[in-house]
Design a protein around this ligand. Structure first.
Ligand SMILES: Nc1ncnc2c1ncn2[C@@H]1O[C@H](COP(=O)(O)OP(=O)(O)OP(=O)(O)O)[C@@H](O)[C@H]1O
Ligand SMILES: [Mg+2]
Length: 468
């Protein structure tokens, strides 16, 4: 409908000038015919009345005056039925005047007689003037106008039909397809088969489809990952539960070890007991907390040198006779405010990573743990002479399951360590990593207190209370 309206509007814009043009042509042809009729008179001066009337009727005029030069003029005349209504001079009429006169003729239904002046063709004189009725002119103009209108109606109808078909095929149908693809995707967003396949021919629509496809692909993979994580959460809960039971049994046996007569056994027994106790605690907090985030730390004064000593002792057991040395530079009196269990996990993850990295190279190496403090924070650094972080680990640093580049590793250790340090209000920083080694630093702020404790969820408070 819009196309029909637009084409018709465009037609009106050309309708008025072309009707004006038609009128001008009509009048000029009358002048021409009148000129020919008057020339017949010129050829034969003694024309009889009947012949003169016939000539005038053929020319469609009442009178003709052809001025050949200043004196000579030829006249054909027949009676004029009424007074001359208006005179139009075509010799110097402007386009606007022609349009105005045409409009007046078109909208004036009265039959009038007009006089028209023009230049004779082929310079056959100075001027030609005819008198003629408006009725045939108006009838011809109406006929011509109607023909134009009919033609434009047909053109606009055809254009509109073609446009309608094109819009349907190129836009409406693809848009409907996109909408139905979106609806179907919404019903099962985890199904990759429902992701839209771009097929539109129109560039803009195709762009929209491509953008939609990439969005849907992202959503689907995020959903799948979430689902995997939820399943993993369930698995972790089950494993933690049964592991705790197994460890409790082991604890009963280690208690007996402490009573052993063998001095080597009695020396290592407390460490074993401690390790198992830690494992039991970890299982219990995981079960109690039941979410992926770590529980809020239970802050106490921790003698750092002792903690580092324990971590290093445990790692030393794992190196066997590999050529790897540990250096510890922690002031014996330094006490940091931290959760001892969590800090133990942070340090052992860092030291273990360093040890595994060095051992994987097969060359000898050193791991150094050092600590210093200033007014605002404690800084514990773990430095090694290993091969440096592989690019993948660097790219996904501290992101769970992403940065693991070690065979048998899960890529969780660094993420856990970073999260635990964050829980203390601090940050874990990769200070340096290249082929000469890697250095991580744990920054623990001194002014940190658990503001979240007051606002934490019921579960968090329960865990905190449990740990206290
Ligand atoms: N000190 C280091 N020197 C060299 N590479 C390291 C060091 N620490 C970590 N990496 C690299 O970073 C990766 C990620 O370490 P992360 O501890 O997060 O996971 P993982 O050790 O692979 O597995 P796990 O979850 O068992 O700890 C490792 O696979 C290892 O390639
Ligand atoms: Mg690790």
């Amino acid at each position: 409908m819009l196309t029909v309206i637009f084409v018709m509007a465009a037609e009106v814009m050309i309708f008025v000038p072309s009707v004006a043009r038609f009128r001008e042509d009509f009048l000029l042809s009358r002048l021409e015919r009148a000129q020919i009729a008057s020339l017949a008179l010129l050829a034969n001066d003694s024309l009889d009345m009947d012949l003169e009337d016939e000539l005038l009727a053929n020319a469609g005029v009442y009178n003709v005056v052809l001025r050949r030069n200043e004196i000579r003029q030829l006249v054909l005349s027949s009676p004029i039925p009424e007074q001359i209504y208006a005179t139009y001079d075509l010799r110097d009429a402007s386009a606007l005047e022609l349009i105005r006169d045409a409009t007046v003729t078109l909208f004036d239904p009265e039959e009038r007689v007009i006089r028209v002046i023009g230049d004779p063709v082929k310079q056959a004189g100075l001027l030609i003037e005819v008198t003629l009725p408006t009725a045939p002119l108006r009838a011809a103009m109406l006929d011509y106008g109607l023909r134009i209108l009919m033609l434009s109606a047909v053109i606009s109808f055809f254009t509109a039909s073609l446009l309608f078909i094109a819009v349907r095929a190129l836009l409406v149908r693809p848009i409907k397809r996109v909408v139905s693809a979106m609806t179907s995707y919404t019903l099962a967003p985890e199904d990759t088969r429902r992701i839209i396949e771009p097929s539109a021919k129109v560039a803009e629509l195709r762009e929209a489809e491509v953008a939609l496809k990439s969005m849907e692909t992202e959503i689907t993979s995020a959903l799948r990952q979430k689902e995997r994580l939820a399943q993993l959460g369930g698995a972790v809960a089950k494993v933690s539960h049964d592991l705790r039971n197994i460890l409790t049994t082991a604890q009963l046996f280690t208690d007996r070890l402490e009573m052993s007569q063998d001095p080597a056994v009695t020396r290592s027994a407390p460490k074993l007991v401690n390790s198992i106790q830690r494992a039991v605690n970890l299982c219990e907090t995981t079960l109690a907390f039941g979410k992926a985030e770590e529980p809020a730390p239970a802050l106490t004064g921790v003698r750092l040198a002792e903690l580092v000593g324990e971590v290093i002792d445990a790692e030393r057991l794992a190196i066997g006779d590999f050529d790897l040395s540990f250096a510890e530079d922690v002031p014996a009196t330094m006490v940091v405010r931290a959760d001892p269990e969590q800090m133990h996990r942070v340090l052992s993850n860092l030291v273990r990573n360093a040890r595994q990295a060095i051992m994987a190279t097969g060359a000898c190496g050193e791991i150094a743990v050092a600590a210093r403090e200033d007014e605002d924070e404690w800084v514990v650094s773990v430095t090694d002479t290993g091969p440096g972080l592989p690019p993948k680990a660097r790219e996904y640093l501290f992101q769970p399951f992403q940065g693991g580049a070690r065979k048998g590793g899960f890529g969780l250790g660094l993420a856990i360590a970073a999260e635990l340090v964050r829980g203390h209000g601090g940050r874990l920083v990769l200070e340096q990593t290249d082929e000469t080694g890697t250095a991580f630093a744990i920054h623990l702020p001194k002014g940190f207190s658990l503001v979240e404790e007051g606002q934490g969820s019921a579960a968090e408070k329960m865990v905190a209370a449990h740990q206290v």
